[in-house]
Write a protein that binds this ligand. Structure first.
Ligand code: DGJ
Length: 726
């Protein structure tokens, strides 16, 4: 009996100890099909990131792993001496933030999506932060963001407000980031991160996010990036304004070991944000994936997530189109436009897109010097109004789309004189025009109504409008918001939120409307705005050779369905070459159809028909980048359907040089056990296929392991192969 009592006592003691130990060591696991992010609460109630990497097959490891042992979301002003995730000045002037773990919750939205919310609180202040993690199992994506609120007596000032703070543990890290300018968008650069802090950021305000730098990157531990092998962390911030991606490479840390802190968020440059009691500050979402099969898999993860969850109506069928920008610029009339509709019809595209120059009466938009802000059709150019154009297009069996740049105003406009209080400009300094225009103050709800009204007016009066190209041709400089008054530090953030509010309203009214996001080329290539748009304009550079590189680089993060590629007169490449390049994404034309020969028009029409037949495969297929244009003077990529029944392959010779080596085209995404017919398509009338074995049957294993010998001869040659399982 005595022994039994002792046994029971020890059992209770053990159970009690085990319970306490578990409370102390609260473990929170955020998981996708391949990746785990594990947090642990330490004895001081501090949330620590315990692990980030591939899943464990032994689930017991989730409770004990402690590889990274990094603060999960360090606050500034206390004992964390590196770059903090969050900094704020409390209502009493104190600038320290301590975040203790409170609790966490999970919300399973469906079999694929789970949201985990981790609540933290400052023990000395009613200051609350929640870390949110939305995991997408099959896409292997984690979306993370932060919310902050407080119940202090007065407003507090947020000085720094990261969307995410992730720690990677390894010895060396290679960063690939993207930079550029107008017409030279998205140039990649890869280098080994030195010890210390490196930042990729923009300070362009709220009207353009991507121009000089892009809010996406890849990090590869211990080796440079490769397409199909090695670990890759790929991330992107969904925000249409100033962003900051920081990489703090910490070496020789005796406590943590070598690690890289990846901190993403809105750039806090000139943006100390005043937060009222009980007001909620939401950071933008940071989206990331981790692949152990190189950057190819990382891209496919991001593409699947984008189509399933991120871009507006990801699987909505995009319309092929003829745009008139490069064909006419501002020089058109109602009659010439209607004639151009015939061109669209001849090409066989779905839609005619009227670009810039159709509006303004007192200040006609005959050039980029006037008219922005006055969104009435010009009575001389288009006497019968947009309604007439829509009807004429419909009569010819095509749809009609229209260009707008509703956030902008030219000083030569009625709007400029009617509403000087709506302009973002410093009163006591000279006006800083860019492309002769200023930006409207979207922080102001009245301006939001005005901008919404432009679209609503156009679309409600002309329900036939089937497409909008939303442009934005400047970034913010010399900015002052009358609406914000003394609170100018809010302007960059409130502008973007105002922009999203307008888009939210537009989408509520017009959910099926196809919309292209454009910003003087690729100034808004990011997922914040793409949440409301079906597609984006990657660059005003439409030279086919340059486009091979531009599209290649965007393809790391964006699926083909979202990339609008237009065949234009620019560049010396053949029409076939241009079409073969533009077909890689969403195909369009911006060309003078009347200048084309009958044979060229026929070729375009056949290509458009082919594109439409294969559009789903190209737009939503799994992308395999096979031969990089950066390595030799050739490039090749392939889209395969997930059932491995069909694939389409694009191959290009760039400008060839002596000494170029020609790689075999080793395909991917096929079934080794299946047999495939490989047929060259898009062959011009009277020409022989460049692929001499066109029509032959090959095994999937042969195509993937042995591959096709490079078959294009001479500079600027291209081919498209359709690969169909038997
Ligand atoms: C810049 C865009 O990138 C072009 O495609 C065109 O729409 C012009 N703006 C019109 O002003």
């Amino acid at each position: 009996m005595h022994k039994l009592l002792i046994k029971i006592f020890f059992c209770f003691l053990f159970a009690f100890y085990f319970l306490c130990a578990n409370i102390n060591a609260q473990v929170i696991v955020i998981k996708t099909n391949t990746t785990s992010l594990i947090f642990r609460v330490d004895e001081n109630k501090q949330l620590q990131q315990a692990y980030f990497g591939n899943n464990f097959s032994d689930t017991a490891l989730y409770n004990i792993v402690k590889t990274s042992n990094s603060p999960a979301f360090p606050g500034g002003g206390l004992n964390y001496t590196r770059e903090p995730a969050i900094e704020a000045q409390h209502a009493d002037g104190n600038i320290s933030i301590q975040l203790n773990y409170v609790d966490y919750s999970t919300e399973k939205q469906n079999d694929n999506v789970t949201i985990t919310n981790i609540n933290l609180k400052d023990p000395a202040y009613p200051f609350y932060t929640t870390l949110h993690f939305k995991s997408f199992n099959k896409e292997n994506i984690i979306e993370t963001w932060t919310t902050v609120h407080h119940e202090e007596k007065n407003f507090i000032t947020l000085l720094r407000y990261a969307s995410s703070f992730i720690s990677l543990n390894d010895d060396n890290f290679y960063l690939t980031h993207f930079y550029g300018d107008y017409q030279t968008e998205v140039e990649p650069e890869e280098f080994k991160l030195p010890e210390g802090l490196y930042s990729v950021q923009t300070k362009l305000g709220g009207a353009r996010a991507t121009y000089t730098s892009f809010p996406f990157f890849m990090v590869s531990p211990n080796k440079t990036l490769s397409e199909n092998e090695g670990n890759v962390f790929a991330g992107t911030l969904a925000w249409s304004g100033n962003f900051n991606l920081q990489f703090e490479n910490i070496r020789m840390n005796t406590h943590e070991g070598n690690s890289l802190k990846i901190i993403s968020g809105i750039n806090n440059y000139a943006s100390a944000y005043q937060l009222k009691p009980n007001e909620i500050f939401n950071t933008p979402h940071f989206i990331f994936t981790y692949s152990s099969n190189g950057q190819g898999q990382a891209s496919r993860n991001l593409h699947a997530w984008a189509l399933n969850y991120a871009v507006w109506n990801g699987y909505q069928k995009r319309q092929t189109l003829l745009n008139n920008w490069e064909a006419t610029y501002f020089n058109f009339t109602q009659d010439t436009l209607v004639k151009l509709f015939d061109g669209a019809k001849k090409l066989g595209v779905d839609l005619f897109l009227l670009d810039d120059g159709w509006f303004g009466n007192n200040h006609p938009r005959h050039s980029d010097t006037a008219g922005l802000g006055d969104w009435q059709p010009n009575r001389k150019t288009i006497p019968d109004g947009i309604e007439y154009l829509v009807k004429q297009a419909e009569a010819k069996g095509i749809h009609f789309g229209i260009w707008v740049e509703p956030e902008m105003v030219n000083p030569k406009s009625d709007l400029y004189t009617q509403h000087p209080e709506w302009l973002l400009k410093l009163k006591n300094r000279s006006e800083d025009l860019f492309r002769n225009q200023l930006i409207l103050d979207l922080c102001n709800p009245k301006v939001q109504d005005f901008v919404f009204g432009i679209l609503h007016d156009l679309l409600s009066k002309n329900p036939g409008i089937a497409y909008i190209k939303w442009d934005c041709n400047r970034y913010m400089t010399n900015t002052f918001s009358n609406y914000l008054g003394a609170n100018q530090q809010a302007v960059y953030i409130d502008y973007v939120n105002g922009f999203y509010k307008v888009l939210e309203r537009i989408r509520k009214e017009y959910p099926q409307l196809e919309m292209m996001l454009c910003s003087g080329g690729g100034g808004r290539a990011e997922y914040g705005a793409l949440h409301y748009f079906n597609e984006f304009w990657p660059s005003d550079n439409t030279d086919a050779i340059d486009r091979i590189f531009i599209q290649w680089n965007y393809s790391y993060f964006f699926p083909a369905a979202t990339m609008c590629n237009h065949v234009t007169s620019g560049g010396k490449e053949s029409l076939k070459y241009k079409i073969d390049v533009a077909m890689q994404g969403k195909l369009g034309f911006d060309i003078k159809v009347n200048d084309l020969t009958a044979g060229e028009i026929k070729f375009c029409k056949t290509s458009v028909d082919t594109y439409k037949r294969l559009q789903s495969l190209i737009n939503y297929g799994l992308l395999y980048r096979l031969i990089s244009p950066y390595k030799n003077s050739t490039a090749s990529l392939l889209y395969a359907d997930s059932s491995k029944q069909k694939a389409i392959l694009f191959a290009y010779n760039l400008h060839l040089h002596n000494g170029d080596s020609y790689q075999k085209i080793k395909m991917e995404g096929l079934d080794a056990t299946k047999k495939y017919v490989v047929k060259e398509i898009n062959v011009e009338d009277g020409e022989q296929p460049a692929f001499e074995e066109s029509g032959k049957i090959f095994s999937g294993e042969y195509l993937m392991k042995e591959g096709l010998s490079w078959f294009l001869y001479g500079s600027l040659k291209s081919a498209v192969l359709e690969i169909t399982a038997q």
